[in-house]
Design a protein. Structure first.
Length: 166
């Protein structure tokens, strides 16, 4: 009675590698979001963290969204003190590791926006991996206030300067 069960279990174990997951199965996406932009702006950026729970390295090779005409994979480089964006061919996600897309670093360049991105809305983005597998995510549109903070500091300096003159 036991032998058939053992044999069945063994054949399942042996068969397991055949059903090894695609990149999309291995990659878990955390906290996807896109930056809110004014209605006249046709370009924004998307951010997320990709965790690779698989045993092999993966790569994000492309992305697309019905809300945009084009999505490019970008990074920032420091070019003699000036932050510049550069397209990258892919974004590696090492086995057991994670790759973080965040402001000032790797990002999805959302180009030719077909509609304004308003905070609180969801934007569907499809991630495409090196084996052609795809994962659709819903990025939450958020206000990103780095610029506002900068402006506030600027205002404070101006006020400070005005006080100095008195
Ligand atoms: Cu960019």
């Amino acid at each position: 009675m036991r032998n058939p069960i053992t044999a069945a279990a063994l054949s399942l174990l042996l068969a397991a590698p055949v059903f090894a997951g695609t990149a999309a199965d291995d990659i878990h996406v955390m906290d996807p979001w896109a930056r809110e932009v004014p209605p006249n702006m046709k370009t924004s950026a998307g951010f997320l963290t990709m965790m690779n729970r698989g045993a092999v390295d993966h790569k994000l090779v492309a992305a697309e969204s019905p809300a945009t005409g084009m999505v490019e994979l970008h990074t920032h480089i420091n070019d003699n003190g000036v932050m510049r964006m550069r397209p990258v061919k892919d974004m590696p996600i090492p086995a057991g590791g994670k790759t973080e897309l965040k402001p000032g670093g790797l990002h999805l360049m959302l180009m030719k926006l077909k509609q304004p991105l308003k905070a609180g809305e969801k934007m569907p983005i499809t991630l495409i991996f090196e084996d052609g597998s795809k994962k659709e995510i819903q990025a939450e549109v958020r206000r990103f206030d780095m610029m506002m903070k900068h402006d506030m500091k600027h205002d404070m300096h101006m006020k400070h300067d005005m006080q100095m003159k008195h």
